[in-house]
Design a protein around this ligand. Sequence first.
Ligand code: NDP
Length: 483
Amino acid sequence: MVDSFYNYIEGQWASSTTDRWTKVINPANTDDVLGNVPASSSKDAEKAILAAKKAKTEWKKMSGPSRGEYLYKAAEVLDANKEDIARTMTREMGKTFPEALGETNRGVAILRYYAGEGMRKTGDVIPSSDKDALMHTIRAPLGVVGVITPWNFPVAIPIWKMAPALIYGNTVVIKPANGACITAIKIFKCLEEAGFPEGVINLVSGSGSEVGNAITTNEKVAGITFTGSDTVGKQIGQEALKRGIKYQLEMGGKNPVIVTKSADLDLAATATVSGGLKSTGQKCTATSRVIVEKDVYEEFKEKLLQKVSEINVGDGLEETTWMGPCASESQLDNVLSYIEKGVKEGAELVAGGSRLTQGSFAKGYYVEPTVFDNVTTDMAIAQEEIFGPVLALIKADNFEESIELANNVEFGLSASVFTKDIQQMLDFMDDIEAGLVRVNAESAGVELQAPFGGMKKSSSHSREQGEAAKEFFTSIKTVFVKG
Ligand code: NDP
């Protein structure tokens, strides 16, 4: 008997009006069925939006500390259910269990952070030129916020969008990615237990083209926060612009690491493997391009290949596994097609490059951790986001050329440098075109209390997380009061 999971609308669990379902399978073993989720329609999205609209006035009127109490409670319930949620995440999208548990712990911490935010200041007093007047700012919530999320961080991303939306007085309708919907539904079970008033939080599962589009184009939705691909992000941005509403897009990356001749090469190799191949390379902040100064190129490459050869691929629920499968068949196909392109374009495959199909790999979407040598910047594997466990080694003559090569892409999410030279650290901070700048640390690393977001094509240029979230989820009113 396969479990069925439901939409959450106006405080009720409900199947979709379509009565169609999507089967969710484990990418590590396609015989393992997690359950069915509703393949909802635009009508379901409309219902959820209406519920959120009805709830918004009461929620907005509540004090910040009172809203914070719901988030504290949600953190407590999520914490109590974290092992189950992490296990579900591993079965649903393949990330290893320790990574999934770490992410769920992060979800708990994000809820606590924004719960506290309910007690912090939301405005400023500004001296008026009229001595008898009081001038200050207050922050108004947007209203109903549409939340559209990807499958690669199925706990952290929904929570880092919903928690600030809620604490600043918005109500939400989320459409989680099809590829990680059960994990999102389990988060909602925790939110339900936390007792949020009816209609404040709503979840509708279904395809992006139907449910996602219905949320984006609904005139009652006053703001859209999206994380996902550049193609979909652009469409959403254009729709939002047409309606004159606020939108926030976090999209892809093609993140570089620069290894200079003064770098600690062991540290750089470890961080490159971790930043590039953990989560099977399916992080927007994953290292994809490895730019190495020619003087240390061969030595670094040897160290890197040694570490890659030690990677244990397998089912993320196995304790010995370091890298799980690709999250879905389409992800696997995408990765394999980029590997083929890399070979065709003349890059040299020095590790991996194939699907794993024997024995315990037979029923999963496994690919070997892959490294290309002799990559040049004109190649697709050096320009386009692969979103898989593929590293491209690029040789640079010197530090200045390394920065040029690093910036020579359309994306600008994260970037890291390994160097002991302080001047190079300072130059890197100034010259690198990335929203997340990392020195002697891997490219994939995010702290919930700090702003997160990219430059160039990686983002619509607002920032998420930490205090920065307030800018998106509220509008400033400047108030002038005279007695
Ligand atoms: P997609 O853009 O395909 O999907 C993201 C979400 O948008 C999903 O919920 C999807 O639904 C939905 N969607 C699809 N089409 C539409 C549409 N027409 N209108 C509205 N919503 C739609 O990205 P992926 O889920 O494949 O995620 C991978 C991408 O996310 C990568 O490019 C990665 O770089 C990026 N990402 C960026 C991060 C960042 O912070 N910069 C962090 C994590 C990932 P459905 O479930 O049906 O596909």
